[in-house]
Design a protein. Structure first.
Length: 94
């Protein structure tokens, strides 16, 4: 999707990448495609809503790093009906 397209663009411009997301298979495919095109890419499974996971990504990211967060969630529910947990999930991810 959008994140993979942004990653390919940065790779074409010569930036080393650390791809992150929740789905290992998608990350591996994206990293493989970038490497096959001559880019440098590693990947790690991480959830953008988990602070420790995001901090670990920054520890692992290549230097210098281009950081692109493309995480987002959508919930089709009236705002007044959201639970606190649902609101926090939306807020922390988006």
């Amino acid at each position: 999707g959008v994140g993979a397209a942004v990653a390919r663009r940065f790779a074409r411009e010569g930036h080393p990448l650390l791809l992150a997301g929740r789905t290992a298979e998608k990350l591996a495919r994206a990293a493989d495609a970038i490497r096959a095109a001559g880019g440098v890419a590693e990947w790690a499974v991480a959830d953008a809503t988990e602070e420790e996971a995001v901090a670990a990504l920054f520890d692992r990211a290549p230097e210098p790093a281009c950081v692109v967060f493309n995480a987002g969630v959508n919930m089709r529910k009236p705002f007044a009906e959201l639970s606190v947990a649902e609101f926090e999930a939306l807020w922390c991810t988006n």
